[in-house]
Design a protein around this ligand. Structure first.
Ligand code: FAD
Length: 483
């Protein structure tokens, strides 16, 4: 992590790896003349793989089901400040993503001035507002001394993150740690955490899974380790970035750098691959013969693709069963500065129907609030996802108004995005349920003949957008080494 080369250096290395591999071709695995490498999915993983392969001199075609590139990176250009419904922010330690911005001309917005504002929220517990400075002495605060002053969303990182048994970013996939592939609930209970402590520190705003029973301890520890590494790499640098024009500008710029334009609105429905060749069938009936296929699809949509390739049993099962996060986001434009009327923090965290309402400070000055983003996770997201988007938005506005009378009539809902209902994602980031790290983490990224796999769920050392980039680069190298 610490000494990652810049993308251009890395691209040179990958191109060199390609040249070396080409000199030592195994006859059965050589590139097939006039056949491209076909990359499925134009999210960050697929685009990263495609660019690396193109840089190494291969012909690449990228097939994308949507009418846009970026996948789970989605910026709303119709809302002031271009808020995100997908990949939200990144840090200087996202070496590949930051280098891609440099290489493809995407400007970065330094979030340092607004990061402290991001953490200014009031906590609403059972409908009661608890100001941040009143939490430490609140009768319902279950945290032990001296951690009572930690707010619920900071507790896990502060307590578990600083005593993390995983000492490196990739330790979560090391079989020697498999005793930790148990539910977070079980692991914390065994250390004396009460149910109320676990609920407050995790379940009211679960980052992975619906609650602590639903997620492997290894997954949470790996994410906390990644966060810690990112904090260390950010020291003395920016506290975070978004891309100018919204993070979607990054995949858009990457796609522009491809010689063959991304083929939009083309959905893969079947893949066939063995040691001698590969082909992809699309929903429009076309069949593309390929030298290699790189699947950059999430497991949730890959499981709808008919695969005829030498997958291992664990790989097939993992594609079918790997968990996925349920998240829906809504963006609201405030008609007035109602937080000045009631004098409370503009952002809120609750244990109720709405997990978080976050004020977006994306205007000309750090204190300007351009929109509000509502985060719904797990059962909360499912509840509103069952409604039509307009009904869901009206119901969410009502929930906020109940907690916040000054907001009444001041919230203009603009957009609602359910990642579970999105047919090309069918969920947000991968969630490793208890036992799944041991069962699937190694198998899911294994090539099957000339079929290779990438996507954030196959990343080892990084998470989120950087994980997607890491995985794309790894898949490209695999192709080059077997080509
Ligand atoms: C709400 C939210 C907040 C997030 N916040 C952060 C954050 O702050 N920092 C961070 O680092 N990460 C964050 N992430 C995660 C990050 O956005 C993702 O991990 C990353 O973008 C995943 O990239 P990917 O290329 O692996 O997958 P995707 O972006 O999902 O790409 C897969 C592509 O495949 C396409 N596709 C699917 N099925 C087919 C098919 N059958 N045929 C053809 N194409 C198909 C899809 O349309 C999609 O474009 C967030 C994500 C969400 C949703």
């Amino acid at each position: 992590m610490t000494n990652q080369p810049k993308l251009l250096d890395r691209r040179t290395l990958i191109a060199a790896a390609g040249a070396t591999a080409a000199l030592s071709l195994a006859p059965g695995c050589a590139p097939i003349p006039n056949r491209p490498v076909v990359v499925l999915g134009a999210g960050l993983a697929g685009l990263s793989a495609a660019l690396a392969l193109q840089d190494a001199g291969l012909e690449v075609r990228v097939i994308e089901a949507r009418d846009r590139v970026g996948g789970r990176v989605l910026s709303h250009r119709n809302v002031p400040g271009n808020p995100e419904s997908g990949g939200t922010s990144f840090a200087p330690g996202y070496a590949r993503l930051v280098s891609a911005c440099t290489a493809y001309g995407v400007g970065l917005v330094d979030l340092t001035p607004i990061v402290p504002l991001f953490f200014q929220r009031d906590f609403y517990l059972g409908g009661e507002r608890i100001a941040a400075d009143a939490w430490a002495t609140h009768p319902r605060n279950p945290f032990p001394e001296p951690m009572k002053k930690l707010l619920p969303w900071a507790y896990l990182g502060a307590v578990v993150g600083t005593a993390n048994p995983l000492t490196t970013n990739d330790a979560w996939v090391d079989p020697t740690n498999k005793a930790l592939d148990v539910s977070l609930y079980g692991w914390l209970s065994a250390q004396g955490w009460s149910d109320e402590l676990i609920r407050m520190a995790y379940d009211i705003n679960p980052g992975w899974g619906d609650n602590a029973r639903d997620v492997s301890t290894l997954m949470v520890l790996c994410a906390l380790k990644f966060q810690q590494t990112q904090q260390e790499l950010a020291r003395g640098k920016a506290m975070g970035y978004v891309a100018q024009g919204g993070n979607q500008a990054i995949p858009e710029a990457m796609a522009k750098a491809l010689k063959n334009p991304v083929e939009l609105k083309r959905q893969a429905v079947a893949i066939r691959a063995d040691e001698t060749g590969a082909e992809v069938r699309l929903a429009d009936g076309a069949v593309i013969k390929a030298s290699h296929v790189v699947s950059a699809l999430p497991t949730t949509t890959l499981r709808d693709v008919k695969i005829d390739a030498p997958l291992s049993a664990a790989q097939s099962e993992g594609i079918g069963k790997l968990g996925v996060q349920t998240i829906s986001l809504m963006h609201i434009v405030p008609k007035s500065k109602f937080w000045e009327l009631d004098g409370l923090a503009a952002s809120m965290a609750t244990d109720g129907a709405v997990n978080m309402v976050l004020a977006e400070h994306k205007g000309a000055t750090p204190d300007e609030i351009t929109s509000l983003t509502v985060w719904l996770r797990g059962e909360n997201a499912r509840r509103f996802d069952r409604m039509k988007p307009a009904e869901a938005m009206a119901a969410i506005v009502q929930e906020i108004e109940q907690l916040r009378p000054a907001a009444k009539g001041q919230l203009e809902p603009v957009t609602y995005h359910s990642w579970i209902n999105d047919p090309h994602s069918k969920g947000d980031w991968a969630v490793w349920h208890p036992g799944q790290v041991t069962a699937y983490s190694r198998a899911l990224a294994q090539p099957a003949g000339r079929l290779h796999f990438c996507g954030e769920h196959t990343a080892v050392s990084n998470r989120g957008m950087e994980g997607a980039m890491e995985s794309g680069e790894r898949a490209a190298l695999e192709v080059l080494q077997t080509a």
